[in-house]
Design a protein around this ligand. Structure first.
Ligand SMILES: Cc1cc2nc3c(=O)[nH]c(=O)nc-3n(C[C@H](O)[C@H](O)[C@H](O)COP(=O)(O)OP(=O)(O)OC[C@H]3O[C@@H](n4cnc5c(N)ncnc54)[C@H](O)[C@@H]3O)c2cc1C
Ligand SMILES: *[C@@H]1O[C@H](CO)[C@@H](O)[C@H](O)[C@H]1NC(C)=O
Ligand SMILES: *[C@@H]1O[C@H](CO)[C@@H](O)[C@H](O)[C@H]1NC(C)=O
Ligand SMILES: *[C@@H]1O[C@H](CO)[C@@H](O)[C@H](O)[C@H]1NC(C)=O
Ligand SMILES: *[C@@H]1O[C@H](CO)[C@@H](O)[C@H](O)[C@H]1NC(C)=O
Ligand SMILES: *[C@@H]1O[C@H](CO)[C@@H](O)[C@H](O)[C@H]1NC(C)=O
Ligand SMILES: *[C@@H]1O[C@H](CO)[C@@H](O)[C@H](O)[C@H]1NC(C)=O
Ligand SMILES: *[C@@H]1O[C@H](CO)[C@@H](O)[C@H](O)[C@H]1NC(C)=O
Length: 510
């Protein structure tokens, strides 16, 4: 038995065992309803166990929640009918696009949830309108195929994350950051319309003119409000890219030096005389590496003459040595750049049969003000003292969202149900083990320790919705991901649009 199948089987047994206490659902009414509506679906007992395993297995092997059933609709009408079946039987529903939810929310998000998963893998259209340059994109398209699809139709581009296997559905509706986001906004900001199936089964196309409240709510809280079948996205002409990476690993010799190096990067990042929206920036940290990398949309001459010297001088003044032989500055096409960032040989992702997985726990810290020395020093104390002997593999990435001229910061909560428009930095701490191991408690503790080192020394912080952390209670999640004002407005809308709480997961709006 493959490790994946073993995990899935163990999870199924766990669900059955718990189900014995919490009364497992009788699947017959649901399967009868789906069959009557001619909706393709899979059950754990399906005659094709391979198809079930493929569609029911979570990306995050640490949280292998087993859905009640998976529907594989081919039309919006089928999605609508499936939602009505579930609603009439009080079965929770979650859409699944790329399946990359950190919390396995697209499989229900809880061992007891018994969720109907609406897998959007048949919604793969990518069509660019040559008058408006708006792309109509199916709710199941993965980011690599999205980038290739719009580039092939007139060399168009969108800002979005780096991993080609991530799905549009979760990523675009919960923020969505890529190195081009300072130039073009978060993935979410490029949505000009959504075709969405509501809890009532109604299908609406929501824009800033029509169904405004739905348009607003879906951009930030789609998982609580419906299933987006088609996204309408405003594309831009693809830029050419200068891609850079500077190795500053020597700074990890001490936490004091690493702190100075990071604060030097921050002072560079806030320097409006050199930093414009054309710059995307991140700092990647492991136990043995510290790199400053990103992209610049402009000529390599301008980069070498202005941006690079400002960054390198700041690091030098902080006493941090840049290993030029482990650094690089290259001119790339848009697609070459995305391919490098994606870390796979190609951006193309199979339309069906995607089975890449990871076994991980991650969390995030977002700040809207520059870091003071204290949280950074406390953070590097953990990195330098404990990083090498951490109980799990880990990395951290600190991305610049705000700063001079960032196009993310021009919006606010009146634009979308999203709290992160004023983020300056977003830090992600990510721990993982191989698929055949059990993620240890000590690994959870280590990732928490990294995160806490910062948050214990910050007056204010929040967290990034696309790096959703399932260990938060609903109340903590509301506070960190949305804030009271947004939650209040969303709850009121939820009561109107989804009074039976059909679209739910452990942290959804209610
Ligand atoms: C390897 C990897 C790399 C990543 N890189 C980045 C990055 O560079 N930048 C970044 O910002 N984030 C990144 N992320 C995080 C990623 O953006 C989120 O995990 C995202 O929510 C995944 O979207 P998905 O469609 O694949 O997930 P899913 O698990 O399918 O969905 C996530 C949530 O959204 C809901 N949902 C999905 N589709 C729809 C829909 N059509 N309508 C309504 N609700 C829907 C689901 O029900 C679920 O609650 C990365 C994640 C991974 C695993
Ligand atoms: C492109 O969009 C315009 C404006 O919405 C619309 O009138 C036109 O029909 C679209 N073109 C195609 C080919 O769909
Ligand atoms: C738009 O133009 C591109 C070439 O610039 C072409 O490849 C594509 O097919 C056109 N799209 C439509 C819908 O006509
Ligand atoms: C820019 O700088 C890099 C080294 O940092 C160098 O390899 C490259 O040749 C330079 N390019 C130009 C056009 O100056
Ligand atoms: C900003 O960058 C310019 C150009 O490199 C430099 O001269 C200036 O000292 C920097 N300012 C700060 C506050 O670092
Ligand atoms: C890079 O240069 C340093 C000396 O500056 C040397 O110690 C190291 O081995 C070199 N690394 C590579 C990969 O060439
Ligand atoms: C939010 O943005 C809108 C539109 O740009 C603007 O009118 C409003 O004043 C902003 N609100 C706040 C609190 O900044
Ligand atoms: C676990 O998986 C890794 C690769 O992911 C493999 O190298 C290792 O041998 C496996 N260990 C066991 C005990 O199966």
């Amino acid at each position: 038995m493959s490790p994946l199948l073993l995990l899935t089987t163990l999870a199924t047994l766990a669900t059955l065992a718990l189900g014995a206490i919490t009364s497992p659902r009788d699947i017959t009414p649901l399967s009868t309803c789906l069959t009557t509506s001619s909706i393709p679906f899979l059950l754990p007992s399906s005659p094709n166990p391979t198809a079930w395993t493929l569609h029911a297995t979570t990306f995050n092997a640490r949280l292998p929640f087993v859905p009640l059933a998976v529907v594989l609709p081919t039309t919006t009408a089928q999605i609508s009918a499936a939602v009505l079946c579930a609603s009439s039987l009080n079965i929770p529903v979650q859409a699944k696009s790329g399946g990359h939810s950190y919390a396995s929310f697209s499989s229900g998000g809880d061992v007891l949830s018994q969720t109907l998963v609406v897998d959007l893998e048949n919604f793969q259209d990518v069509v660019v309108n040559n008058t408006t340059y708006v792309a109509s994109v199916g709710g199941g398209v993965r980011l690599g195929n999205l980038a290739l699809g719009i580039y092939a139709q007139g060399e168009r581009a969108l800002a979005h994350g780096t991993c080609p296997g991530v799905g549009i559905g979760g990523h675009f509706t919960h923020g969505g950051y890529g190195y081009s986001s300072r130039a073009y906004g978060l993935a979410l900001e490029q949505i000009v319309g959504v075709e969405v199936v509501l809890a009532s089964g109604e299908v609406v196309t929501a824009t800033k003119e029509k169904y405004k409240d739905i348009y607003w709510a879906v951009r930030g809280a789609a998982d609580s409000f419906g299933i987006v079948t088609t996204f309408y996205l405003q594309t831009v002409p693809a830029p050419s890219v200068v891609q850079f990476s500077y190795d500053v690993s020597d700074a990890l010799a001490s936490s004091a030096l690493a702190t100075s190096a990071f604060l030097a990067v921050q002072s560079f990042a806030l320097n409006a005389s050199v930093v414009t929206r054309e710059l995307g920036l991140g700092v990647t940290i492991t136990a043995s590496s510290f790199a400053v990398h990103g992209t610049y949309f402009g000529s390599i001459q301008t980069f070498n003459a202005t941006v690079a010297p400002a960054l390198l001088n700041a690091l030098k003044q902080a006493g941090a040595k840049v290993a030029m032989n482990k650094s690089s500055v290259q001119e790339l096409t848009w697609i070459e750049s995305l391919t490098r960032l994606g870390g796979a040989p190609t951006l193309a992702v199979p339309l069906t049969g995607y089975d890449s997985r990871d076994n991980f726990f991650a969390k995030s810290v977002s700040v809207s003000n520059p870091f003071g020395e204290k949280p950074v020093k406390a953070y590097f104390d953990v990195v330098v003292r404990e990083g090498e002997r951490a109980p799990v593999d880990w990395f951290a990435i600190i991305n610049l969202y705000g700063g001079p001229d960032s196009q993310i910061g021009v919006r606010n909560e009146s634009f979308a149900a999203y709290a992160g428009f004023d983020d300056l930095w977003v830090v992600q701490n990510y721990g993982s083990v191989t698929l055949n191991e059990t993620f240890p408690k000590s690994g959870m503790a280590f990732v928490n320790k990294l995160n806490d080192a910062m948050t214990n020394n910050l007056p204010e912080y929040s967290a990034y919705l696309n790096y959703i952390d399932p260990t938060y209670t609903r109340e903590q999640a509301y506070k960190l991901y949305f804030g009271a004002g947004l939650v209040e407005r969303l709850s009121k809308l939820k009561a109107v649009l989804d009074p039976k709480n059909v679209f739910r997961n452990p942290q959804s709006i209610w």
